[in-house]
Design a binder for this molecule. Structure first.
Ligand code: DC
Length: 229
């Protein structure tokens, strides 16, 4: 069977990355979490004082600094865990902290940032055999991807899942705060001018509000078998 590009887009906290990673492992494909790339760029901007206290981003400064931002996605040789490197430093944990989560939407709204990262993502997919997840993969990064999946789940279900994850990590928060953050991110993702979150016309919809991980895998493997030439 020929190798293909699998593009997975959808709302935040839908389990996109977990799903994309599981598919990549099943197929022996490379998994690319583009959200991690936007998060790493955001961390760079925060560390260089390009994000103000009110959340606004110093657009010109960040645009000028883009050539200095090198993001690499790799795997830990021993554990097999996915790792994110920013200019050679392992930032896998740091990009998941609340500060980055709170600012990433504003950084990913910037056209220059998107152009820069989209070009890198397109280069990563040249050899196909990838599963890439994000917001604009099926619409902007790989409009010709052989398989496009658009994931969604109700905001309440997503907030519950995210809340449980954060609590398990020892983060103190409330369900209400998590749900409000999710709704806010949805609005920014859907309404930005460049690369807004939307389902590509030829994407297959997956609402996993009431599906287990095993059910989703069974569903997608059937789809892949019928898609691969
Ligand atoms: O998937 P995630 O929640 O880790 O993504 C973090 C942020 O990055 C999210 O607010 C939307 C943004 N993002 C984007 O704009 N385009 C992508 N392809 C991936 C993520």
């Amino acid at each position: 069977m020929n190798d293909i590009i699998i593009a997975i887009d959808g709302y935040s906290s839908c389990g996109k990355s977990t799903f994309a990673k599981a598919i990549s492992e099943r197929l022996g494909y490379t998994f690319i979490d583009t959200g991690a790339m936007y998060r790493a760029a955001t961390l760079y901007a925060m560390r260089h004082n390009m994000v103000s206290a009110d959340g606004s981003v110093k657009r010109e400064e960040l645009t000028a600094a883009l050539p200095l931002i090198s993001i690499r996605l790799g795997r830990d040789a021993q554990s097999g865990e996915s790792k994110v490197f920013l200019n050679g430093e392992d930032v896998t944990e740091e990009i998941r902290l609340a500060g980055v989560s709170g600012s990433v939407s504003r950084v990913s709204e910037l056209a220059a940032v998107r152009e820069h990262l989209v070009a890198q993502q397109q280069a990563m997919g040249q050899g196909k055999a990838i599963v890439m997840d994000g917001r604009d993969i099926g619409t902007v990064v790989f409009p010709s991807a052989e398989l496009k999946i658009f994931m969604t789940a109700s905001p309440e279900v997503r907030a519950q899942r995210r809340y449980r994850e954060l609590r398990a990590k020892g983060v103190k928060t409330s369900l209400c705060e998590v749900e409000s953050n999710i709704r806010q991110r949805d609005a920014i993702d859907e309404n930005r001018t460049v690369g807004p979150l939307r389902k590509a016309d030829d994407a297959v919809l997956l609402d996993n509000s009431h599906m287990s991980v095993d059910e989703q895998m069974e569903w997608v493997m059937k789809l892949i078998t019928s898609t691969r030439p």
